[in-house]
Design a binder for this molecule. Structure first.
Ligand code: PMP
Length: 401
């Protein structure tokens, strides 16, 4: 029955992990997936999450393994919404929020709902974008198109061409996916003025913005600053939008799958209709989202003391990443590695788009046993004081060929 199916290659992140595991070299480094590691290269359970675990486990709620509602935990998705949209939002009655199976689930749920309700002629993704965006939108049968984003030569945002494409090639009702902050994979975000221009274009062209917010708190280390773009859009008159939110990175709850989907509609009445449709889809896909991670996140978001401590955890992660950017940059400069490496310092969030060519990436892997994605993206938190010199030396050799 299935012998005629085409072969589907393993997702590039997972293929990289398999190659890495199979490499017998005694010294090897992987800078693939966007997952935080501490200064010793170990997974880091946030101290705030440990405290939340103690609180939750001490309560010993007898219903702790019960099903949640189809929409998930209201305490969770309300606190999550406030974190993203800010507490002062006057349109709160017009926002539909539901808990989702982390950021990926929120993207998928939103894509499925928007494909059914808006019937867009296309979804517009940045070129490049998180690899799973195209997959998610293809699964719901929407044509995937790309707007220019990265100027490979200048290693900067290609803003002019981005706007030109959006102005001339999009159709009303098309969806545009925007990364709320810390763009994956490039680490390059629009400036505030550029965000305003993007919002203008969306309104003029009738595009429906879908924000993907997987890194709030990781770009600047400031939760409000990292939500600025979304809040700017949401604050505009006659703006409707969707937002996928993830707590994988900013709470380190990767495997717990904690996230939310929010849809800002034109009125409370529209919101109630949207909610019905979103819940219908959620019921068919997962019935109810998972409980424990959302309980931990709610505990952190709603307990004033813990919330303040969480800000310190966020700062610790974002400043370690910044330190590693500087360390890698300084090593490359010290080695006199040909090229300009300033972009490693100016890019933000978990990733750096190094500008290394596929051939150089291959050289890194085969000669240096350093594993990065073929696009040249490195996950900066994979660097630590124990491996950064080694990685820089391997990059140096790869660049010199
Ligand atoms: N969106 C973007 C842009 C991401 O980088 C990621 C994680 N790599 C996600 C969504 C989803 O992550 P998760 O499903 O773990 O929340």
């Amino acid at each position: 029955l299935f012998s005629e199916l085409s072969d589907i290659p393993l997702d590039s992140h997972y293929a990289l992990k398999e190659e890495f595991s199979a490499d017998p070299a005694p010294k090897k480094v992987i800078l693939g997936s966007g997952i935080y590691r501490d200064g010793n290269g170990m997974p880091w359970v946030l101290p705030t999450v440990k405290e939340a675990e103690d609180i939750v486990d001490n309560i010993g709620d007898p219903g702790r393994y019960d099903y949640l509602q189809i929409a998930g935990s209201a305490a969770f998705y309300t606190a999550a919404r406030d974190l993203l949209f800010g507490r002062v939002d006057t349109k709160v009655e017009s926002i539909v929020s539901v808990q989702a199976v982390s950021g990926t689930g929120a993207n998928s749920l939103g894509a499925r709902f928007l494909s059914e309700s808006l019937k867009p002629s296309a979804v517009w993704l940045s070129n490049p974008s998180w690899v799973n965006h195209a997959n998610i939108w293809s699964l719901v049968g929407v044509e995937v198109k790309y707007y220019p984003y990265w100027d490979a030569e200048k290693r900067l945002l290609d803003f002019e061409n981005m706007i030109k494409t959006l102005e001339s090639h999009t159709k009303p009702g098309d969806v545009i996916v925007l990364h709320g902050c810390a763009h994956n994979p490039t680490g390059v975000d629009p400036t505030k003025d550029q965000w305003k221009t993007i919002a203008d274009v969306c309104q003029r062209r009738g595009l429906f913005p879908f924000f993907d917010n997987a890194y709030q708190g990781f770009a600047s280390g400031d939760l409000d600053e990292d939500a600025w773009a979304l809040r700017h859009f949401a604050g505009r008159e006659n703006m409707e939008l969707a937002a996928a939110q993830s707590f994988s990175k900013n709470m380190g709850l990767y495997g717990e799958r904690v996230g939310a989907l929010h849809i800002l509609t034109a009125s409370p009445d529209a919101a109630s209709k949207v909610k019905g449709h979103v819940l219908r889809i959620q019921r068919g896909q997962v019935s109810q989202p998972p409980r424990r991670g959302a309980t931990l996140a709610t505990t952190i978001l709603t307990n004033g003391k813990l919330f303040q401590k969480w800000l310190l955890d966020l700062r610790e992660m974002s400043s370690r990443i910044k330190d590693m950017r500087k360390a890698l940059h300084d090593e490359l400069v010290a080695l006199g590695t040909p090229g300009d490496w300033g972009h490693i310092l100016t890019q933000i969030g978990m990733f750096s788009y190094t500008g290394l060519s596929p051939a150089q990436v291959e050289h890194l892997r085969s000669e240096g046993h350093v594993y990065i994605l073929a696009s040249g993206r490195i996950s900066v938190p994979g660097l630590n004081p124990g491996n950064v010199k080694y990685v820089a030396a391997a990059i140096d050799k790869a660049v010199r060929g």
